[in-house]
Write a protein that binds this ligand. Structure first.
Ligand SMILES: [Zn+2]
Length: 441
């Protein structure tokens, strides 16, 4: 990449600001039982470009109104700056009053924790659209929607995402005020309450890209999602069975734990086996190779790569303690939790050209379908009831489902300490390398 400014300019859709792309008119047409399901690439202008939130939200509403039998738009909570965190709940609930209703098994497909990782947002939307329009046409997707609910959450970091559209294309964190006036934002993927870590400068410095906050769940958006998950579990008869957290870039399927390579998850073999299956499903779609490793190793690998001058420099801010991945696996007891880093491997990085939206969506869709078929088959959760495997024993023997994150309340406080520009740029290795890379490009 030679000219960073030009590349950033080109990553925005043409005329996006003057004239938002209209909602897809042809979604209607695709949901006719007489037509073959058409891939979104052929039918849908929505996936030709990255879309701003001002287009995504009406698009989600449109899907809800076109497909009321199996789509509902929901709100996970309110962001630091006061916006809704929208999601689509997709699933078919057969009405059978004879039987008492069993807990609804639910899979969360999330993206947009890190604002600049636009491909994660477009990918969640692509998968959502494919499932929604595939219902009644695709046998496998119809079966999955009858057995599971899917929560499609395209942008957790809503404030940050908007900031990447309006101010800084390469912004990563939220827009929450920190103790330093000129350094806004918490790293959502270091803000979760399991093995939250404040030990390194990358996590404790408010100016750092990986700032984890002053305490667990200080970040409003992760706290909202955790509270929502707890509420669904305790009061809405939901059992979360899968969590896919899409990020970019580096093409990796990462399984728990992120915080430590020495502690191994109790269901390691299952996690690995499915992870390999996910990567294979991806490869068989468009021949893209995604590595499979534990999330902590993913971090180490990134460090190694950065020492090799020929390889792309990857920021080391991605993994570590306080990740959503670990929290969902360990605290929410979701048996299959993965972080999937999408395209590419460094040529464009976060500025992935829009012609990757559809092929990346296709390969990620294959992974989600694979996850679903795994959960339906005699593997994973379906067999746990009978076999009482390691994970099931662990889940029963240890404490509770979801710990209550701190109550909301202090996000409005503004603490000003210093607030001098010179405090900016606390300088840890990965961040510096990333900054250098930004400038070099
Ligand atoms: Zn990320």
């Amino acid at each position: 990449m030679h000219d960073l400014a030009q590349t950033i300019y080109e990553s925005y859709p043409s005329l996006a600001f003057q004239q938002p792309s209209p909602p897809p008119h042809d979604t209607h047409r695709t949901f006719s039982p007489s037509l073959r399901p058409s891939p979104p690439s052929e039918t849908n202008i929505f996936f030709r470009e990255y879309q701003p939130l001002s287009v995504i939200i009406p698009w989600m509403r449109l899907l809800q109104s076109l497909f009321p039998s199996h789509v509902r738009m929901i709100n996970i909570g309110i962001t630091y700056e006061g916006r809704d965190i929208p999601a689509l709940r997709v699933g078919v609930h057969p009405n059978n009053s004879e039987k008492p209703s069993r807990p609804r098994k639910t899979i969360i497909v999330a993206g947009g924790s890190h604002a600049r990782e636009w491909i994660s947002t477009s990918t969640v939307n692509y998968i959502a659209y494919s499932f929604i329009t595939g219902y009644g046409k695709s046998k496998s997707m119809t079966e999955l929607l009858e057995k599971f609910d899917f929560i499609f959450l395209p942008v957790l970091n809503v404030d940050g995402y908007i900031y990447t559209w309006e101010n800084d294309r390469l912004w990563r964190k939220t827009r929450q005020q920190t103790s330093l006036r000129f350094c806004k934002g918490l790293d959502l993927d270091h803000s979760w309450g399991f093995e939250w870590d404040h030990s390194s400068s990358s996590k404790s410095n408010p100016c750092s890209e990986g700032f984890s906050g002053e305490e667990p769940f200080e970040a409003v958006e992760s706290r909202r999602l955790a509270n929502w998950v707890r509420n669904e579990t305790e009061h809405n008869n939901v059992t979360f069975v899968g969590f896919l957290d899409f990020h970019s870039y580096s093409q990796q399927v990462l399984y728990p734990y992120s915080y430590s390579c020495t502690d191994t998850p109790p269901s390691l073999e299952n996690l690995q086996e499915l992870a390999i299956g996910l990567a294979k499903a991806i490869r068989l779609t468009n021949s893209q190779i995604y590595g499979v490793t534990s999330a902590c190793e993913g971090s180490v690998t990134a460090g190694k790569r950065s020492n090799d001058k020929k390889s792309p420099i990857w920021p080391r801010v991605e993994t570590g303690g306080g990740s959503a991945l670990d929290w969902f696996y360990h605290e929410a007891r979701v048996p299959y939790a993965y972080q999937i880093k999408l395209r590419d491997t460094g040529s464009y990085g976060f500025l992935l050209p829009a012609d990757n939206i559809v092929p990346t969506g296709e390969e990620a869709l294959a992974a989600v379908k694979y996850l679903g078929s795994w959960l339906l088959g005699n593997k994973g959760i379906e067999s746990e009831d009978e076999e009482k495997g390691d994970f099931a024993r662990w889940r029963e023997s240890t404490k509770p489902v979801v710990r209550r994150p701190m109550e909301v309340g202090h996000e409005a406080q503004e603490v000003e300490r210093g607030g001098d520009e010179t405090e900016k740029g606390g300088g840890f290795e990965g961040e510096m390398q990333w900054e250098l890379k930004r400038r070099r490009r």
